[in-house]
Design a protein around this ligand. Structure first.
Ligand code: FES
Length: 312
């Protein structure tokens, strides 16, 4: 955990503010890499994840926060009640959306606030002479979060739906992507799911696809049943009722599993799975990872077999 001060808060569009976070005692904040995010701890126990979008070598962090009027209140609190000078607790940076190693071309597909992790990725590509193209879908020009320093680049393409009248042609972009390219996508769930399903239709190897969800779709728990979890280290068996999560049952039995989003997005609670078949409900693991059945998000996933064996 790090204690930071909101050293600056600037409105960059009508719905997005940029926070600059500086350490309280002037210490150097932990290093991070493009694609990393931090957890921000807010009053009432709310924890929100935001991608780091400032300069990698800066003495401070920067995060962009979009106001979600229909959200659970985290972004509303930040927009309306968090002011410059306020103290905040944040996690160490974690990176579940890293830029791949090497010099393969990168296709960056961003929509809306999903542009934020790509800003340091662009910087890394520019610094390492790595070829990349960025396509950034926005609803209209006033939503653009990229500064002129990026929009002036020949390989940065802004797709403004209001002026162009059509959606970004993801299908065509995927077809045109070099066969050795890495494809990165971030944005609203519908945008990410379109990229994933069109990629699957085109037979693109899922190893080339890298995605980061910000929020989960509502999870259908209507068919949830009870099951058991065996703790591999002790043999203890924990019963999970149909109305409780695996996480809740584990916590009630005294087991600690680190959590953050509690809705299958961030990957913090992923726990090694040694036996049984999980009913994966998260969006953190991709289809290939889910099929491997070697880990499970205990905050939201359940079981298809009567018992799961967890490496706890
Ligand atoms: S706590 Fe975020 S995926 Fe489980």
């Amino acid at each position: 955990m790090n204690q930071v001060i909101v050293s600056q808060k600037v409105a960059v569009t009508s719905r997005v503010c940029l926070l600059t976070l500086s350490s309280q005692q002037g210490q150097v904040l932990p290093a991070w890499s493009p694609g990393a995010h931090i957890d921000v701890f807010l009053p009432d126990g709310m924890i929100r994840q935001y991608s780091l979008c400032g300069a990698l070598d800066a003495q401070h962090y920067q995060i962009a926060v979009q106001l979600e009027e229909q959200g659970k209140g985290g972004s509303r609190y930040i927009h309306q009640s968090l002011h410059s000078g306020a103290e905040l607790t944040i996690s160490e940076p974690r990176n579940h959306f890293p830029l791949t190693e090497g010099q393969s071309p990168c296709l960056f597909l961003a929509a809306g606030i999903g542009i934020t992790p790509f800003i340091p990725m662009i910087e890394a590509c520019l610094a390492g002479n790595r070829p990349f193209s960025l396509y950034y879908a926005i609803a209209n020009g006033s939503d653009n979060l990229l500064s002129e320093q990026y929009t002036s680049l020949a390989n940065v393409h802004i797709h403004d739906k209001a002026t162009q009248g059509v959606r970004l042609d993801i299908d065509a972009l995927l077809k045109a992507a070099p066969a050795d390219s890495d494809i990165f996508v971030c944005g609203p769930n519908g945008f990410i799911n379109d990229v994933l399903s069109l990629s699957a239709q085109q037979g693109i190897d899922s190893a080339r696809l890298h995605r980061e969800f910000f929020t989960a779709e509502p999870i259908d728990h209507s068919n949830d049943g009870s099951f058991e979890v065996e703790i591999a280290s002790t043999g203890q068996v924990v019963s999970v009722g149909k109305d409780e999560s695996m996480l809740e049952a584990l916590e009630d039995s005294g087991f600690f599993v680190p959590v953050s989003c509690e809705e299958g997005v961030c990957g913090t609670c992923i726990t090694p799975l040694l036996g049984g078949e999980a009913d994966h409900k998260d969006v953190f693991l991709n289809d290939k990872e889910k099929a491997q059945m070697d880990r499970v998000a205990v905050c939201c996933s359940r079981a298809k077999t009567p018992r799961l064996i967890l490496d706890l």
